[in-house]
Write a protein that binds this ligand. Structure first.
Ligand SMILES: Nc1nc2c(c(=O)[nH]1)N[C@H]1C(S)=C(S)[C@@H](COP(=O)(O)O)O[C@H]1N2
Ligand SMILES: [Mo]
Length: 420
């Protein structure tokens, strides 16, 4: 190490700032892609990969925080007379620590109570709603073109503002007399217009998000299925059983995210059918009218998505899968049960033993109402003991097979073992 000088505080801080900025850019892009519902289909297995990347890059921000720790005292001393920089530092630290902690809960949620992950998801999202616009403003208004022209000209690659060595606070130079005193300086103009543009773009969707998120923490009128008119034309709707009409347990708590890997399909009673075939003694095909004649049961169960959100106390009414299997007569060679979605793309499977669990339901009603098209109606599978990627939406065919089948998400990296 002979004679190598330790870099000064300013230089170390500038270095950390640069690393942090790049990490946040990668995290923002990957995080936005991950939370964007429409990207689920075309990201495919890239989604699992992207999630790993997001997690590991996120963990690296902990390294930044650890490296910053020992510098913090001197840094605070250096900026003690600059309230704006202190405010900025506080915001950035709250964002990083908040994202990191909520991110760790979301990453490790299988080892934590499911209620934690709903909370962590809300915190992670809230920080993103507040933090990304803040950071965007912070970076755009500090870009070179946003500075005063004569200040831009003397900039070197080293950022003097942050790299200022020693404790001497560098004051913003007073406005040069040469500059004509307009009602607003160039800098102020840029700050105001960038601020306004970001506010206009972010505030309306933020309030929509906030409204929905409040629904995650309490009973919601629509039982967590927030869509109104149903594009499905399934008539007449089934009459709910008494327990289902009265919604045992007071109705679902939380909100479903609408997930699909295809454009949303649409069904009508005239063409809808439900088939059970493969290794069975009597393959059966029901139409809507016949299907509604099957004996239904009511169950209350929690619904967990592997991405960290849950909906509690759902009242589902439907036909137990075991009842359909008995009706078809499972042949001795059958070892797995494969489920086909009417979207033509999504499939999943259970072992015969798992499929015969008494709470696996082919559901028709949720909280006493027909299941809306967006949430898998008219008929979806419900496997309460497993993550919801096993709960195939728009279910229309069940096939008994001999060899294992790996479903849509399983071939894209999800664990075939989906036990909650
Ligand atoms: N056909 C189909 N079924 C599906 C999915 C899908 O994309 N397509 N997503 C699965 C996943 S990962 C979850 S969490 C739940 C989401 O159900 P919801 O869209 O009603 O909230 O459906 C599961 N079943
Ligand atoms: Mo999911």
């Amino acid at each position: 190490m002979g004679g190598r000088k330790r870099p000064g505080l300013g230089k170390q801080l500038a270095e950390l700032h640069r690393w942090n900025a790049w990490l946040v850019v990668v995290l923002a892009v990957s995080g936005l892609l991950l939370s964007w519902g429409a990207a689920r289909g075309w990201l495919g297995e890239g989604r699992v990969w992207l999630k790993q990347l997001h997690i590991y890059i996120g963990l690296i921000t902990a390294v930044i925080l650890v490296l910053y720790g020992p510098l913090m005292k001197r840094h605070l001393k250096q900026i003690r007379t600059r309230p704006r920089q202190k405010g900025n530092l506080a915001v950035v630290l709250v964002l990083l620590v908040g994202w990191l902690l909520s991110g760790i809960v979301l990453w490790q949620f299988r080892h934590l109570p499911p209620r934690w992950s709903n909370g962590a998801l809300a915190v992670h999202d809230l920080l993103t709603w507040v933090g990304l616009p803040y950071i965007a403003y912070h970076s755009i208004t500090r870009l070179r073109w946003a500075r005063k022209p004569e200040k831009r000209a003397i900039r070197t690659t080293e950022e003097p503002e942050r790299a200022a060595p020693g404790g001497e606070p560098r004051r913003e130079p007073a406005y040069s007399a040469a500059e004509p005193q307009a009602w607003m300086s160039r800098k102020q103009f840029i700050q105001w217009s960038v601020g306004l543009a970001i506010t206009v773009a972010v505030v309306p969707p933020f309030f929509r998000w906030a409204g929905r998120t409040l629904g995650d923490f309490g009973p919601s009128e629509a039982g967590g299925m927030t869509k109104e008119t149903d594009p499905n034309r399934m008539l007449p709707p089934p009459e709910p059983l008494p327990d289902s009409a009265n919604v045992i347990g007071g109705g679902a708590q939380g909100r479903f995210r609408v997930y699909t890997v295809t454009p949303l399909p649409k069904f009508d009673s005239a063409s809808w059918s439900f088939t059970i075939d493969g290794l069975v003694d009597n393959p059966i095909k029901w139409n809507w009218g016949d299907f509604l004649q099957l004996k239904r049961v009511v169950q209350v169960s929690d619904f967990h998505c592997v991405t960290g959100w849950s909906v509690y106390h759902n009242t589902w009414e439907g036909v137990p899968l075991s009842q359909l299997l008995s009706a078809a007569g499972v042949r001795p060679g059958a070892r797995f049960v494969k489920f086909y979605s009417g979207d033509g793309e999504y499939t999943d499977a259970l072992s015969l033993e798992q499929a015969q669990m008494e709470d696996v339901l082919v559901a028709v009603l949720h909280d006493g109402k027909p299941i809306h098209r967006d949430y898998g109606g008219p008929v979806r599978l419900i496997v309460p003991k497993m993550y919801a990627y096993k709960s195939v939406k728009w279910l229309e065919r069940i096939e008994l097979i001999e060899e294992p089948h790996y479903g849509y998400w399983e071939v894209r990296g999800y664990d075939n073992d989906a036990w909650v």
